[in-house]
Ligand binder design. Structure first.
Ligand SMILES: *Cc1c(COP(=O)(O)O)cnc(C)c1O
Length: 389
């Protein structure tokens, strides 16, 4: 029997590049700098907090739909202390199964079939997939390399808005480019959203991973934005517990209610005991966050310097734990072919960022390496990479 395509909306997505490259890493015994997860766990006392919650019988049954009150309160304290954003833990916070579910629920709730969603390109893969699941149309605005950084062209952003635009999907600090949107850039995005009456869904999972004096600013704090912004974050990247899948949304009550209406039919609830542990994690002293950044900054420089020595042009990120490199100085221009061959050539796996572009040609020469790995692993990778030059 010849069936028609089983899923037209998701046909273009297939297997993720991460699955393909991780399988390649295993098959070739390569160092996997493809997928962005740390190879060491987060703080011991937070792991212990999860064990304690589990033993004490907290969260072993369905937690409340919006999340356990302890975590919702900790999230509001975090937003107030860091950004001066005041949210009500009962009506303006929603705990989700990682940022991934928060993204899915937000887009499913807020995007109607035919609506246009403006997304920064290269985009995180689940952003594109969730726009498609919601029946929306993705309108990419390309971040272009300029002066050592991938830059948002504000005129292009403005020109991308039409009468059908429903929302702008932001991501800062930005995966994969490592760009942290500046105050001026965010102010311009905010002014545009207000002028054209757009919603903004902003993925801020790397909010704590910023370097060299870059500052993460939540767009929800800009004038006119609080009531039109859905802010998404997660414990995975901040606390190095990506397997726990605890994420959250903060937004005005009507937006939170809308997102919850979708979320309740996705997972309903998740990660009960871990929610209590993440509540404790959000209250860790500043030394924890400073230490995380200092550690990652040193790793960024170890990998970045190594890539530069191997002959890549390196875009040193201001945030996230990814570095983007241009392969053209090596005499190559096809990142997909390059990444497929790299494991055989030198035993390292990277991700071609072209797969995160609609304008593939714009992303063709760029590859992404993750540096959230142990120092000895990165040193080994850098050593191996000298073979590509
Ligand atoms: C890792 C990542 C996520 C997913 O976060 P989870 O909490 O693991 O679901 C979402 N957005 C971006 C940009 C990411 O890099």
């Amino acid at each position: 029997m010849k069936r028609p395509p089983l899923n037209r909306r998701l046909a273009e997505f297939g297997t993720t590049i991460f699955a393909e490259m991780s399988a390649l890493a295993v098959r070739t015994g390569s160092i996997n700098l493809g997928q962005g997860f740390p190879d060491t766990d987060g703080p011991e006392e937070i792991r212990e907090a999860a064990v304690r919650a589990l033993r004490d019988g907290r969260g072993n049954q369905y937690p409340p739909g919006p999340g356990v009150p302890e975590l919702r309160t900790a999230i509001t304290e975090h937003q107030r202390r860091r950004y001066g954003l005041v949210y009500d833990p009962d009506t303006e916070v929603l705990v989700t199964a990682g940022a991934t579910e928060a993204i899915a629920a937000s887009l499913l709730a807020l995007v109607e079939p035919g609506d246009e969603v403006i997304a920064l390109e290269p985009y995180y893969d689940s952003h594109a997939a969730c726009v498609a699941m919601a029946g929306g149309t993705r309108v990419p605005v390309t971040l272009r390399p300029e002066g050592g950084r991938f830059v948002l062209d504000l005129d292009e952003l403005r020109a991308a808005v039409t009468d059908r635009t429903r929302l702008i999907l932001l991501n800062t600090p930005h995966n994969p480019t490592g760009t942290v949107l500046t105050r001026d850039e965010l102010a311009a995005v905010a002014a545009l959203a207000v002028e054209r009456d757009l919603l903004v869904v902003t993925d801020e999972v790397y909010e704590h991973l910023v370097f060299d004096g870059a500052e993460h600013l939540p767009i929800a704090a800009f004038p006119g934005m609080r009531e039109r912004t859905v802010t998404i974050s997660s414990a995975g990247k901040t606390f190095s517990f990506t397997g726990w899948k605890v994420g959250w949304v903060t937004a005005a009550p009507d937006l939170t209610t809308a997102v919850r209406s979708a979320k309740q039919y996705l997972t309903y609830v998740s990660a009960g005991p871990f929610q209590y542990a993440v509540a404790e994690a959000l209250r860790l002293p500043e030394a924890y966050f400073d230490g995380l950044r200092a550690d990652l900054r040193a790793k960024r420089d170890l990998l970045g310097d190594g890539l530069a020595r191997a002959g890549f042009e390196v875009y040193r990120p201001s945030g996230t734990y990814f570095v983007t490199a241009d392969i053209r100085p090596l005499g190559e221009d096809d990142g997909i072919a390059f990444c497929r061959a790299l494991p055989e050539r030198c035993g390292v796996v990277a991700i071609p960022t072209a797969v995160f572009y609609d304008h593939r040609e714009q992303g063709a020469p760029f590859v992404r390496f993750a540096f959230c790995k142990r120092t000895e692993v990165l040193a080994d990778a850098v050593q191996r990479l000298t073979a590509v030059g």
